[in-house]
Write a protein that binds this ligand. Structure first.
Ligand code: DAH
Length: 344
């Protein structure tokens, strides 16, 4: 009897161990536990027969049974651990996330209000037959002042107004030198606009910045008159700001044009009725400067003033952008604060 039971126990152990080694999942291992070690399991039923043994045999068989149970319990729990570990690994590899990946949804940027204004103006002038050209921000004194007929003693030449790099090189104070470059390179006839950065020795406040933007226009051809200038300005102001905008020309002085004028437009705020921001005049002042190209300037660029005439104009784009978008402080345009820029 004792031998029988011993064999039976060892046989159960063999079968159980080899089944445990072959299991593929946690469910199966639990089923095996119930099958061999559970209340109605095979080992338990053998133990139940212990009562049939004689007293001396019981402890011996009992010890074997305990050892078998311990061994099976160990095998089951280490198999459980192994399977849990494997499951964890597959789960982790399936759910792997790249923590370096940006969680930000793609944000689409948009044009800076200044650039939007420049492009709108360029498109407008292109539609009127102008070409868009560019010029350098670092210019010669020759192009920025001399060829533009600026007198030697003109205050804008002063060190306190202009950023000089050397005696002959400066940061352009206006986009007008592009006129010189264009006329020298292309000759007449010619119809160009040119926008870009300009620099003056200004202290920063809500309407001044040492770096600002201008757009320059120049037309040279035969039979160009003041009427062409006035019409062109009037059309572009109405296209840009609306049909109700009126333009007004006031005489002014610029060295490179003769006659020269400044243009005022209907006050943007009160539309001409008169308000605080236009001092009751109904006009927004000095939106641009303009005039008929001085014969000396044409000559300086190798164009015959007897045959050709021309008109030119220049405007501050920052001011136009501020008016267009209702911006009251020029500094906001250059601070690049997204909270501001996202509004446009
Ligand atoms: N360059 C001038 C300025 O900065 C603006 C200007 C006035 C440009 C008259 C022109 C012009 O072309 O004809 O104030």
């Amino acid at each position: 009897m004792k031998e029988n039971m011993r064999e039976k126990l060892l046989e159960i152990k063999e079968i159980a161990l080899s089944s445990i080694n072959e299991v593929a999942g946690l469910d199966e291992i639990e089923q095996l536990r119930v099958k061999f070690l559970g209340k109605k399991g095979e080992l338990t039923s053998v133990l139940r027969d212990m009562g049939k043994l004689i007293a001396e045999e019981r402890p011996i068989v009992g010890q074997i049974a305990n050892e078998v149970r311990d061994e099976l319990e160990d095998a089951i729990s280490s198999m459980k651990e192994k399977l849990t570990e494997e499951m964890k690994k597959t789960k982790m590899s399936k759910e792997k996330i790249d923590i370096t990946m940006s969680t930000n949804k793609e944000k689409l940027g948009h044009r800076h209000p200044l650039l939007a204004t420049i492009e709108e103006l360029e498109d407008l002038f292109i539609s009127m037959g102008f070409s868009v050209v560019t010029g350098p921000e670092i210019e010669t004194v020759e192009n920025n002042f001399d060829a533009l007929n600026s007198p030697e003693n003109h205050p804008s030449r002063d060190l306190s107004d202009t950023f000089y790099i050397t005696e002959d090189i400066l940061l352009r104070t206006q986009t007008s030198p592009v006129q010189i470059r264009a006329m020298k390179e292309m000759g007449a006839p010619l119809r160009i606009v040119s926008a870009g950065r300009t620099f003056r020795f200004d202290d920063v406040d809500d309407t001044h910045s040492p770096m600002f933007h201008q757009l320059e226009g120049l037309v040279v051809d035969e039979n160009i008159t003041m009427a062409n200038l006035i019409h062109t300005i009037d059309v572009f102001i109405k296209e840009l700001f609306g049909k109700d905008m009126e333009t007004r020309f006031r005489p002014h002085y610029f060295p490179f044009t003769e006659p020269s004028g400044e243009v005022d437009v209907t006050c943007f705020k009160c539309m001409g009725k008169g308000c605080d921001s236009c001092n009751g005049t109904g006009w927004s002042m000095e939106l641009l400067g303009c005039g008929m190209v001085h014969p000396k300037v044409l000559e300086n660029c190798g164009i015959d003033p007897e045959k050709y005439s021309g008109f030119a104009f220049g405007m501050g784009i920052d001011r136009i952008t501020m008016v267009k978008y209702g911006i009251t402080d020029i500094r906001l345009l250059f601070e690049n604060d997204n909270r501001f820029l996202e509004q446009f």
